[in-house]
Ligand binder design. Structure first.
Ligand SMILES: *[C@@H]1O[C@H](CO)[C@@H](O)[C@H](O)[C@H]1NC(C)=O
Ligand SMILES: *[C@@H]1O[C@H](CO)[C@@H](O)[C@H](O)[C@H]1NC(C)=O
Ligand SMILES: *[C@@H]1O[C@H](CO)[C@@H](O)[C@H](O)[C@H]1NC(C)=O
Ligand SMILES: *[C@@H]1O[C@H](CO)[C@@H](O)[C@H](O)[C@H]1NC(C)=O
Ligand SMILES: *[C@@H]1O[C@H](CO)[C@@H](O)[C@H](O)[C@H]1NC(C)=O
Ligand SMILES: *[C@@H]1O[C@H](CO)[C@@H](O)[C@H](O)[C@H]1NC(C)=O
Length: 397
């Protein structure tokens, strides 16, 4: 006997190739309540629907996981303002539960009061929304070389939320820990870093993903601030400083906190007190270079983590000495001579090669004449070929 909702079939095989189906009406067995599992996010409304396709005016009832009757037909049985009637008829009983909480989760029962009573179970699943995450463990600002542990925590998720970490949009692996807190979960993810100067300004983002959030995950970002000692480098404005020129030395200094101001010294002492020499911010400017400016210039920068310096030895060239005709001209002359010599060699080699190639060609043509059957043909051939060869020779020349 095979039954679906409204009919039963008797299946009786008669022979190997034949089978017989007998259909019997089964009126009273056609009455059954039909329900569906429901999943909602906490705080929203859950509609619980119970249907009966064929009903001879038998009452329907919804009861909660604690077996308390919520509605009997259109009659409210439990005093709970959140539970309301949506639709009541002989064919359907739908109720709504507003502002659903995690404790509403469980198995609800729809009963049809036939003899015997028929029931259908519907499971109400309530999703817990994870709270906005928080990042802790940031000792701001951190010092270079320090070990930093960042922790991102979110509570209230059900099922447990997923936490991902990103450093400037590049994912980094964290360590996840999940604890049950009542009906929901507290999820925590930690990352350990040994910070250096490249972490200064790096953005660490914690992303909380959950089914109840859909495609809009929660996220929170912390920007690291790392303190490190100064780094100093002197950059000069011209490669060959000449007397009378404008000249600038720039003291490029990094560090956090930014080392400011920077200090310039010359040969271990103060800068000479001349109008030509100006300190402007980080730059040392010499408006007109003079031979007396030769020496070692030092830029020094400090912050509370340390001091660093760079040095530059200035050597002022005499512009007259630089423009004297000398080795440069000799060098150019030498190069030109070599180029001319190579070109000449090439032309000679090429000429010899072409000449030799032409000779072989004529010899081969002459051979053809010798093989001719008689003298006339040979002459014709030889002359013809010779004429031909002359053409080729012209072509080669
Ligand atoms: C519940 O039923 C009511 C009435 O039919 C409808 O307005 C509402 O959208 C339904 N809610 C859900 C979550 O299906
Ligand atoms: C069900 O009740 C309605 C009135 O409420 C009545 O008209 C109808 O005949 C009844 N049906 C059955 C099958 O008893
Ligand atoms: C309804 O939920 C219960 C409990 O989670 C599960 O055992 C059952 O298979 C579900 N039924 C349907 C039709 O999804
Ligand atoms: C989980 O529980 C353990 C032991 O009670 C505790 O040490 C830990 O901090 C808890 N973790 C979270 C994420 O609450
Ligand atoms: C360089 O300085 C000396 C002394 O200050 C001065 O006599 C001389 O004229 C200067 N030379 C140039 C090219 O400015
Ligand atoms: C500075 O260097 C130039 C370049 O050789 C040199 O001619 C000059 O004598 C030097 N002047 C001093 C004061 O050392």
């Amino acid at each position: 006997l095979i039954c679906d909702r409204s009919f039963c079939f008797v299946y009786k095989p008669v022979s190997l190739s034949l089978s017989l189906l007998v259909c019997l009406s089964a009126g009273s067995q056609a009455q059954f309540p039909i329900t569906q599992n429901v999943t909602v996010v906490e705080g929203s409304t859950a509609n619980m629907t119970c249907r009966v396709d064929y009903n001879d005016n038998t009452s329907l009832q919804w009861s909660n996981p604690a077996q308390q009757t919520l509605f009997f037909g259109d009659k409210k049985a439990l005093r709970d303002n959140r539970i309301e009637l949506v639709r009541a008829s002989w064919k359907e009983l739908t109720i709504s539960i507003n502002d659903v909480t995690l404790s509403d989760e469980g198995q609800y029962t729809c009963s049809l009061f036939t003899m015997p009573v028929k029931t259908s179970k519907a499971f109400l699943t309530v999703l817990g929304v994870p709270a906005k995450p928080e990042i802790t463990g940031l000792s701001r600002p951190a010092q270079e070389g320090e070990d930093v542990t960042l922790t991102c925590t979110t509570s209230g998720s059900k099922p447990a939320a997923d936490i991902r970490w990103f450093r400037n949009d590049k994912e980094v692996q964290g360590q996840k820990e999940i604890n049950a807190t009542g009906r929901s979960f507290t999820v925590r993810s930690t990352i350990h870093l040994k910070v250096d100067r490249t972490d200064d300004g790096a953005a660490y983002t914690c992303v909380v993903e959950h089914i109840a959030l859909g495609s809009l995950p929660h996220q929170v970002t912390e920007v690291l601030e790392v303190h490190y000692p100064p780094q100093v480098q002197i950059v000069r404005s011209v490669i060959v400083p000449q007397e009378g020129q404008y000249f600038k030395l720039e003291c490029v200094s990094k560090g956090n906190p930014l080392p400011e101001p920077v200090f310039w010294t010359k040969d271990g002492g103060e800068l000479p007190d001349v109008e030509r020499m100006i300190v402007e911010g980080r730059d040392l400017i010499i408006t007109t270079l003079n031979k007396t400016d030769n020496g070692t210039y030092r830029c020094e920068a400090s912050n509370h983590l340390g001091t660093n310096r760079d040095e530059f030895t200035l050597y002022v060239y005499d512009p007259n000495a630089l423009t004297q005709p000398g080795p440069d001209h000799a060098l150019i002359g030498g190069v030109v001579a070599v180029v001319v010599f190579i070109t000449l060699c090439f032309i000679i080699v090429l000429g010899r090669y072409l000449a030799r190639h032409k000779g072989t060609y004529l010899t081969n043509e002459a051979k053809g004449a010798e093989d001719a059957p008689d003298a006339d043909t040979a002459i014709i051939n030889a002359e013809g070929n010779h004429a031909h060869a002359e053409e080729k020779k012209e072509y080669f020349i």
